[in-house]
Design a protein around this ligand. Structure first.
Ligand code: PLP
Length: 406
C-alpha cells in the first residue's frame, strides 16, 4: 500500500544525526556553497575525507574515466586497480599486504578479527582480549564501538562485544598494570588497538615515549600493536602515517577517511608477522572495487605530485601559530591548541561557559565549517591542499566566531 500523504524529506531520514541547518550543494577546493548560495570555507573537508578538496580535477577525471570502464567486480577475480593501490600502500608504509573494505569501522572490524585469530593461533589464548584506550574512537559497528573507550557510545546498545579492556591514553603505568593483571595467569592479550593521535576524543597526540614502551611490551609477548590511522593516515599530519610522528612501527594499521579523497575506501594494512588471514577468513562485497581503488590511487599520486606533505607541514605550522595567537588573545576562554599538521584542535577552558559546539555554530554564521571533538575542543581538518590565504581566512572567521560567543 502506498501512503498518499505528503512526505517531509528531512523526516524521511532516520534521526541519527543532530544536523546543522544548512544544505550543501556544491564545492570547489576548500569551499562549499549552500542552498542559499552562501559560500563557506570548509575546515572539515567532508569529515577529514576530501583530501584533495571538493570537486578535484584529478579525482573527477580519474573517476569519470573509471566509470566508463568498470565500476564493480567481485573479489572472486583479480582486480588490477586494487593490486596497484595495495602495491602503493605497501611500498610507502611498513605494511606487507592490504585488505580493502569501505569504512573505518569496517577496517577496525577486520583488525579485531585479525587480532583474535593471532591470539588463538600465535599465543594459544582461548578468549583473547584487546587493550584499547579510554576516550578512543574506533567506529560504530558493534565490535568497533565496543573497542571505543567512551561509555556514551555504548549506552542503549548493551551487551557490548566482550574482550576489550581500557587504559587511560598516554598513561604508561596504568597500561603496564592492566597488562600485568590480564596476563598474570598466562597469555590473555592478543593486541593493543590505539590511535596515534586521538581525533574524536579531543585531538590528543600520543606520547612517543609511552607508545615506544607499549611497542616493547608487545614485542616481548608477541602481542600485536595495531594503530587506528583512520583519521590521521594518508598525509593528514604532515607525514604519510601517524606512526611516523611517534617513531613507532605498528604490526598493522587501519585506514579509511582520507584514502579515497571523498569516496568510500577502507583498508587494513598488515606486516607479514601479523598476516594470519587465510582465504575465507574475511570478505567484503564492495571492498577494493575498481572505482574505489581508482579514487585511492589518484589521492596517492596527487599527494606525491603536488608535494602535499610539505603543504600540510607548512599550513599546519601556520594554523597552529594562528591558534596560539588566539589563545593569547582570549585567555579566559581558551586553554590552548594541540594537534599535528592539518589536524588541529582549539581547546576551550572547562569552566568558561562555552562548549565547542557553540563555537562551531557561531562559525557557521561566519561561513566557516568546523567540527567539535568532544565537548571542549574545536577541531580543524581542512583539505591537504588548503592555501596560506585560506588558512588566514579560517583564522579570521574563527576569531569572529569566538567574539560572537564570548
Ligand atoms: C580514529 C577513527 N577510527 C574509526 C572511525 C570510524 O570510521 P567510519 O566512520 O568510516 O566507520 C573514525 C571516524 O571518525 C575515526 O576517527
Amino acid at each position: 500500500m502506498v501512503d498518499a500523504s505528503p512526505v517531509t524529506p528531512s523526516a524521511a531520514v532516520m534521526g541519527t544525526y543532530n544536523r546543522f541547518p544548512i544544505a550543501l550543494l556544491r564545492g570547489k577546493g576548500c569551499w562549499v556553497w549552500d542552498d542559499q548560495s552562501r559560500r563557506h570555507l570548509d575546515a572539515v573537508a567532508g569529515i577529514a575525507t576530501c583530501t584533495l578538496g571538493h570537486s578535484n580535477r584529478a579525482i573527477r577525471k580519474a573517476l569519470t574515466g573509471q566509470l566508463s570502464k568498470l565500476q564493480h567486480v567481485s573479489n572472486l577475480y583479480q582486480i588490477p586497480e586494487q593490486e596497484q593501490l595495495a602495491a602503493w600502500l605497501v611500498k610507502n608504509s611498513c605494511a606487507d599486504s592490504v585488505f580493502f573494505c569501505n569504512s573505518g569501522a569496517e577496517a577496525n572490524e577486520a583488525a579485531i578479527k585479525l587480532a583474535r585469530k593471532h591470539g588463538h593461533q600465535k599465543r594459544g589464548i582461548e578468549r583473547p582480549v584487546i587493550i584499547t584506550a579510554a576516550a578512543s574512537f574506533h567506529g560504530r559497528t558493534l565490535a568497533a564501538v565496543s573497542a571505543t573507550g567512551q561509555p556514551r557510545y555504548h549506552q542503549g546498545f548493551e551487551p557490548m562485544v566482550e574482550g576489550f579492556e581500557f587504559f587511560t591514553y598516554n598513561d604508561l603505568t596504568e597500561f603496564e598494570q592492566l597488562l600485568e593483571r590480564l596476563e598474570q595467569n598466562g597469555p590473555r592479550v592478543a593486541a593493543v588497538l590505539i590511535e596515534p593521535l586521538q581525533g574524536e576524543g579531543g585531538v590528543n597526540p600520543g606520547d612517543p615515549d609511552v607508545m615506544k614502551a607499549i611497542r616493547r611490551h608487545c614485542d616481548a609477548r608477541n602481542i600485536l600493536l595495531i594503530f587506528d590511522e583512520v583519521q590521521v593516515g594518508m598525509g593528514r599530519t604532515g607525514t604519510l602515517w601517524g606512526y611516523e610522528q611517534l617513531g613507532v612501527v605498528p604490526d598493522a594499521l587501519t585506514l579509511a577517511k582520507g584514502l579515497g579523497g571523498g569516496h568510500a575506501v577502507g583498508a587494513l594494512m598488515v606486516r607479514s608477522n601479523a598476516d594470519v588471514f587465510e582465504p575465507g577468513d574475511h570478505a567484503s562485497t564492495f571492498g577494493g572495487n575498481p572505482f574505489a581503488c581508482r579514487a585511492g590511487l589518484t589521492v596517492a599520486s596527487e599527494i606525491a605530485r603536488r608535494n602535499l606533505l610539505r603543504n600540510v607541514r607548512q599550513r599546519g605550522d601556520q594554523l597552529r601559530a594562528g591558534l596560539n595567537r588566539l589563545v593569547e588573545r582570549y585567555p579566559d576562554q581558551l586553554a590552548g591548541s594541540r594537534g599535528w599538521g592539518l589536524l588541529q584542535g582549539l581547546v576551550l577552558k572547562d569552566d568558561c561557559g562555552i562548549q565547542a559546539v557553540d563555537v562551531v555554530k557561531a562559525a557557521l554564521e561566519e561561513q566557516l565549517l568546523l567540527v567539535p571533538a568532544g565537548a571542549q575542543v574545536v577541531r580543524m581538518v581542512p583539505a591537504l591542499v588548503i592555501s596560506s590565504r585560506e588558512v588566514q581566512i579560517l583564522l579570521t572567521r574563527l576569531e569572529r566566531a569566538l567574539v560572537r560567543v564570548t
